[in-house]
Design a protein around this ligand. Sequence first.
Ligand code: ZN
Length: 131
Amino acid sequence: MSDTQWPHFTAAELTCRCGCGRLEMDGRFMALLEDLRVAFGKPLPVTSGYRCSEHNAAISITGPNGPHTSGAAVDVAVSGEDAYDLVALAKAAGMSGVGIKQHGPHHTRFIHLDTLPRAAGQPRPTIWSYK
Ligand SMILES: [Zn+2]
């Protein structure tokens, strides 16, 4: 059962992993993510949700202002056919950014989803892959 206002997502999976305890997800993004979860019809285990600036700068090349610091981004642990299905649904669900990490052991694979706006030099919607 969920302990947040979002039926399919828990505080533990959405809270910043640095220990700061912050959970500042964007409400519009989470509404879209809930709709996507229902359309997908299977669990979307969040491996990274909200990140404070300090934590994001420590673990991501996107620095102190990366997508996860906006609260409008998650990484979900899906691979194989599920990953293919999720990507097929993401754009229609309103996600503007999809990042793909689908190499290596399946338990390390994920799909990044976000609703960041178009910005200078950063067209949206877009899709990218991780090394
Ligand atoms: Zn933190």
